[in-house]
Ligand binder design. Structure first.
Ligand SMILES: Nc1nc2c(ncn2[C@@H]2O[C@H](COP(=O)(O)OP(=O)(O)O)[C@@H](O)[C@H]2O)c(=O)[nH]1
Ligand SMILES: [Mg+2]
Length: 301
């Protein structure tokens, strides 16, 4: 299950700068020009996970496969986009399928960067919400017009889980209720070195953590000689469904799962030693997966 996140905002609020910081590469075209991003920019990034290297060390493998998040950076939305203002709202279709939407709200002061409709974080947020709701109304009308045809599930943009990002000046980064506070500019310039400034988490880490929270996700791990890997699952699912994320057949043919918490796995030195120490639990069909479980599924054929 690859997580997908759409990035929206008014023009010139730092969407592409943030997107680039997330990708650590200059993929999107960043410019002091309101409509620099016309084609959607899509990037897939690994989920930072410090557990993986530690697991790989004791599992004696070099191959690490992290979970991934797909980010979609779209062109700036303006007030009246649903009426065709700016670039219109057609490109919103690029984020119809995402799991969550990041609203980038400008709170930095830079006279060199034109404010293209952006007023204040709160009013910008409301402008964006209104445009999404209007786009949703169009979607509903279109579906109605096609009555008789199979009704697809309606992916309404305004109903998607949301994350509000406040893009602030470099010297104003401080936690705030309701927002993820970051400096897109600083993130794009420094990447992970942002932590040298005493900022505990990168924008990517903050965004991913919040996404997992609001979407009710967690991860489990597999660690063998072939590879160490992180998998994303819904919180509360049971062992057979988790096995099904690895391979659809695994759910049907699930027999049991060997489970150990990742820290114990590392401390004890891998599967063999953990088994010898009697620390590997044998779990059945009703086992509810826990964050940080290292698992080996036994499946029949
Ligand atoms: N001062 C400052 N400028 C920024 C920041 N984020 C973006 N910018 C600048 O704002 C302009 C537009 O940024 P961009 O990411 O292309 O905005 P987008 O239209 O929302 O994608 C560029 O010149 C960026 O360098 C920031 O956090 N601080
Ligand atoms: Mg852009």
């Amino acid at each position: 299950m690859g997580l997908e996140i759409g990035i929206i905002g008014l023009p010139n609020v730092g969407k592409s700068t943030l997107f680039n910081a997330l990708l650590r590469k200059q993929q999107a075209y960043v410019a002091n020009y309101p409509f620099a991003t016309i084609e959607p920019n899509i990037g897939i990034v690994p989920v930072p996970d410090e557990r993986l290297q530690k697991l790989a060390d004791v599992a004696h493998t070099e191959k690490i496969v992290p979970a991934t998040v797909k980010f979609v950076d779209i062109a700036g939305l303006v007030k009246g986009a649903s009426q065709g203002e700016g670039l219109g709202n057609k490109f919103l279709s690029h984020i119809r399928e995402v799991d969550a939407i990041v609203y980038v709200l400008r709170d930095f002061t830079d006279e060199n960067v034109i404010r293209a409709g952006s007023v204040s974080p709160q009013s910008d947020y409301e402008t964006l919400r209104t445009e999404l709701q209007l786009a949703d109304l169009e979607t509903i009308e279109k579906r109605k017009a096609k009555k008789g045809e199979i009704q697809e599930a309606l992916a309404l943009l305004a109903e998607k889980p949301e994350i509000k990002v406040l893009n602030v000046d470099e010297d104003k980064i401080a936690p705030r209720e309701e927002y993820i506070v970051l400096s897109a500019k600083l993130e794009s310039e420094l990447g992970d070195e942002i932590k040298d400034l005493g900022i505990s988490e990168s924008g990517l880490e903050k965004l991913i953590k919040r996404s997992y929270e609001i979407l009710g996700l967690q991860s489990f791990l597999t660690a063998g000689e072939k590879e160490v890997r992180a998998w994303t699952i819904k919180r509360g699912i049971k062992a057979p469904q988790a096995a099904g994320v690895i391979h659809t057949d695994f759910e049907k043919h699930f027999i049991k799962a060997d489970v150990i918490y990742w820290e114990d796995f590392v401390k004890l030195g891998g599967w063999q030693k953990a088994r010898e120490a009697g620390k590997v639990r044998l779990e059945g069909r009703d086992y509810v997966m826990q964050e940080g479980d290292v698992v080996e599924f036994k499946v029949g054929v």
